[in-house]
Design a protein. Structure first.
Length: 181
């Protein structure tokens, strides 16, 4: 089961990279309920093994591409995020270490596997995956655009994907750069 979950997570990450046209240096927020992946109610059955499998699948896709992962904590840590120190501003770092029941198993997996993990309260990500209804929208840049990817579930959890684009300004006569969409 864990190998299948890892493969589904990797597939979703690959599909997100392609659909969102992510480039090196992009920042992607991942919200993940290991409880939902197992078929339980969000926040009720945190599972470190499931979270590790998902982390390995996603990180294995992002790291070679130079894409940064931000792991969203659960509401017990006010949806703070775990990121690599190199992505954070010193002024934004907060003092917390996620645990499976306070922060969530996925954020805990990120904290244990990143080279130099830190927590921050907010980011503005280029794209994201919401695995199990974790509400990642607050951490996406304006304007968020829903994406349809082939992977609809990881385990039993629904997967939603989003990318961001630049704001459009102007009116009917305005022209837009397709590369920025």
């Amino acid at each position: 089961m864990l190998e299948q979950i890892k493969q589904e997570a990797a597939a979703a990450a690959e599909q997100l990279c392609e659909a969102a046209k992510l480039k090196e240096g992009a920042l992607v927020v991942i919200g993940c309920s290991s409880s939902e992946v197992e078929g339980c109610k969000i926040g009720s059955s945190s599972n470190p093994e499931v979270a590790n499998a998902i982390f390995e699948g996603i990180y294995g896709v992002f790291q070679p591409k130079g894409i940064f992962l931000a792991a969203q904590c659960c509401e017990h840590l006010n949806r703070a995020l775990i990121i690599e120190r190199s992505v954070a501003s010193d002024d934004d770092i907060v003092n917390v270490i996620p645990q499976p029941k306070a922060g969530g198993s996925f954020a805990t997996a990120a904290y244990k596997n990143f080279k130099e993990p830190v927590a921050v309260e907010a980011i503005k990500a280029d794209a994201g995956l919401d695995i199990g209804g974790t509400l990642i929208g607050m951490h996406l840049k304006k304007v968020a655009v829903p994406l349809r990817i082939e992977t609809k579930q990881i385990g039993n959890a629904i997967v939603l994907a989003a990318r961001t684009r630049r704001k459009f300004v102007g009116g009917q006569r305005a022209m837009y750069d397709e590369e920025l969409m």
